[in-house]
Ligand binder design. Structure first.
Ligand code: ADP
Ligand code: MG
Length: 501
C-alpha cells in the first residue's frame, strides 16, 4: 500500500525532549500520525519508543518547548485523562483488565458506569460489548471470565474497551511480544479492521516483517533521535535494520566450539510445577549459553531456581560436579553464582546510593575487616578495579548511580556481581532498556568474561541477541527445553521462526 497523504493529522508532536537523570531519552523528536493510519514506531531497545508513547498519552511530561497538537487542537500540557477524552487509548502490555470480571464487563463497565453512576444492567453491558467486538470482526465468549482467556484474546478485549470509549487513535506498545504467529496474524487483522473504520493505530514492534506488513509509514528512532519517517512501500527489512542501528548489519556470529571444556554448572531433570519441567542443561567453562523463548516460557523462573531464590521439586543442580543444595540466594552467591536480573532499575541497584556503594554491595562481607569495620582501602580498590575493567563512564565514584545512563548502570550491576568472583554468571535480559551503543559494549564485556573462563547463561527474548553472542542457544517453550542450536549451523530466520511459531 502506498503511503497516503495525511492531510488530517490525528496528532502532530514536535520538539519533544525527555531527560531522565543523566539520560537523554528523547532529543528533539517529531511524530505525526494521520487519521485512520496504521503507523509503526520502530527502533532498537532503548531508542525511546515507550517514552514517546508515554509523553503523547500524558503519562510523562516532556521538557519545556514541546509543541503538541491532537486532532487539530494544540495543547501545552496533556494529562492521561485529557488524552483519553481526546480519543487516545493505549493498550499497555499489562492490559489493565480485571481478571475476575467477564469479557462483557471488562469491555463496557467503565464507560457505562461513567455515564450512569447508579449502575447498569448486565444485558446492557453485554449488548455494548457485543457491538464493540463486532466492529473488530472477532468473536469472544462475552460471559467468559477474563482470567481464563489466553493473552491474545485479552488484548482484543482491551482494544474493544478502547472502542467503547470512542478511541480514534490507539497505541499498542509491543503487542506481539508474547504472541504466537497465528495470534499475531489475528491481531494484525484486527488492526487492519480498525484502520478501515477510521481508527488510527500506532504499533510498536521490533519485528520488521510485521512492521512492513501492517503499516503505511514507519517512524524510526535511534538512540532517542528521529532518524526519519518512511513509507513502507519499497522498504526492505535490511534497509530498516540499517536505519534502526545506524550500521549495515555485518556483526559476525560469535559462537565457538566449547564442547571439550569442563562443565561448570550442570542441571539435570529440574522441575517445578507450573513453572518449568524436566530441564537439563550444562554450561561449560568459558562458554556463553544462550536461552531464548517467548515471555512466559519459564526462563526467569528457571533463573530464580538456579540462583537459589526458589526450589525445584525434582532434579539436581551441580557446580563443578558437586550437588548444590541452596536454601536462598545467599547460598548461591557463596557457591559462586551471580545473577543480573531483568529488572535492573528495581532489583539490581539502589538508585540514590553512590556508584561505589552499589559496586561493593554484594561483597560487603569480604571487605569488612575484624570487628565489622568496612575497610575503605579495600572498598576503594574494589570499586576502582571494576570501574576500569568494565570501562564504566562515571563522574566520580561518589556520584549517585541514578545519574548514569542505562548502559552504564548495567555495567555497575555487572561490577557488583563480578566483585564476588563468581564461577557462573546468569544474565537475564541484560539489555532491556539499554541504548543501542551501550548494548554492543555489554556484549563485548560478556565475551571477555567468558574468555577468562566464566560460565555464562545469557537469557534473552530477542533471538538475534543470543544468535550473535552465544556459543549455543537453547529454546525454552512452555517450561521445557525444546531445542539446542549451534548458531554456526542454524540460520537466524529459522531460529526466529521456531521461537515465534
Ligand atoms: P524503548 O521503548 O525504545 O525500548 P524506552 O523509551 O523504554 O526505549 O527507553 C529510552 C531510554 O530512556 C533508555 O535509555 C532508558 O534506559 C531510559 N529510560 C526510560 N524510562 C526511564 C525511567 N523511568 N527512568 C530512567 N530512565 C529511563
Ligand atoms: Mg519499550
Amino acid at each position: 500500500m502506498p503511503a497516503e497523504p495525511h492531510v488530517d493529522d490525528a496528532l502532530r508532536f514536535s520538539n519533544i525532549n525527555k531527560v531522565f537523570g543523566g539520560v537523554k531519552a528523547l532529543k528533539a523528536v517529531e511524530f505525526a500520525v494521520g487519521a485512520g493510519e496504521v503507523h509503526c514506531l520502530a527502533g532498537e531497545n532503548g531508542s525511546g519508543k515507550s517514552t514517546l508513547i508515554k509523553i503523547i498519552t500524558g503519562v510523562y511530561q516532556p521538557e519545556p518547548g514541546a509543541e503538541m497538537e491532537i486532532f487539530g487542537q494544540s495543547c501545552s500540557h496533556i494529562t492521561p485523562t485529557q488524552a483519553r477524552k481526546a480519543g487516545i487509548a493505549v493498550i499497555w502490555q499489562d492490559l489493565a483488565l480485571f481478571a475476575e470480571m467477564t469479557v462483557a464487563e471488562n469491555i463496557a463497565f467503565e464507560t457505562l458506569l461513567g455515564n450512569r453512576p447508579r449502575g447498569v444492567s448486565y444485558a446492557r453491558l453485554r449488548a455494548v460489548a457485543e457491538a464493540a467486538l463486532a466492529r473488530l470482526d472477532v468473536e469472544i465468549d462475552l460471559d467468559a471470565r477474563l482470567g481464563d482467556l489466553p493473552i491474545a484474546q485479552r488484548q482484543i478485549v482491551a482494544i474493544a474497551r478502547a472502542l467503547v470509549s470512542d478511541a480514534r487513535l490507539i497505541f499498542m506498545d509491543e503487542p506481539t511480544a508474547s504472541l504466537t504467529q497465528s495470534e499475531t496474524d489475528a491481531l494484525l487483522s484486527v488492526v487492519r479492521t480498525l484502520s478501515a473504520r477510521g481508527v488510527a493505530v500506532v504499533f510498536v514492534s521490533h519485528r520488521l516483517a510485521e512492521v512492513l506488513e501492517i503499516a503505511s509509514r514507519v517512524t524510526v528512532l535511534r538512540d532517542g533521535r528521529l532518524v526519519g519517517v518512511f513509507p513502507t512501500e519499497g522498504m526492505t527489512q535490511s534497509r530498516l535494520t540499517e536505519l534502526m542501528t545506524g550500521a549495515s548489519f555485518t556483526q559476525e556470529v560469535m559462537a565457538r566450539d566449547t564442547g571439550g571444556r569442563p562443565e561448570v554448572l550442570t542441571v539435570d531433570g529440574l522441575s517445578r510445577p507450573g513453572e518449568y519441567s524436566d530441564v537439563s542443561l550444562a554450561i561449560r567453562a568459558g562458554e556463553v549459553l544462550g536461552l531464548t523463548g517467548l515471555i512466559g516460557a519459564g526462563r526467569t523462573e528457571l533463573c530464580h531456581t538456579l540462583f537459589g531464590m526458589t526450589r525445584a521439586d525434582r532434579g539436581e543442580i551441580r557446580l563443578n560436579g558437586r550437588a548444590l543444595r541452596m536454601r536462598s540466594n545467599r547460598d548461591a552467591v557463596a557457591a559462586g553464582i551471580a545473577y543480573v536480573s531483568e529488572d535492573r532499575l528495581v532489583l539490581g541497584l539502589i538508585q540514590p546510593q553512590s556508584i561505589a556503594d552499589n559496586t561493593v554491595l554484594a561483597v560487603l562481607r569480604k571487605i569488612t575487616g575484624a570487628g565489622g569495620l568496612l575497610s575503605s582501602q579495600k572498598k576503594d580498590a574494589t570499586v576502582e578495579h571494576w570501574i576500569a575493567e568494565l570501562a564504566v563512564k562515571i563522574g566520580k565514584p561518589g556520584d549517585a548511580v541514578s545519574t548514569l545512563s542505562g548502559g552504564n548502570q548495567q555495567r555497575v550491576v555487572l561490577a557488583k556481581w563480578l566483585a564476588t568472583e563468581p564461577k557462573v554468571l546468569i544474565l537475564d535480559c541484560p539489555t532491556v532498556g539499554v541504548d543501542v551503543g551501550a548494548r554492543a559494549g555489554i556484549f563485548r564485556i560478556v565475551r571477555a568474561l567468558a574468555d577468562k573462563g566464566l560460565a555464562i547463561l545469557l537469557v534473552s527474548d530477542e533471538v538475534p541477541e543470543v544468535y550473535m553472542n552465544a556459543d549455543r542457544v537453547l529454546h525454552m517453550a512452555a517450561g521445557r527445553i525444546v531445542a539446542d542450536w549451534d548458531p554456526r549451523q542454524t540460520r537466524l530466520q529459522d531460529m526466529e521462526a521456531a521461537v515465534y511459531a
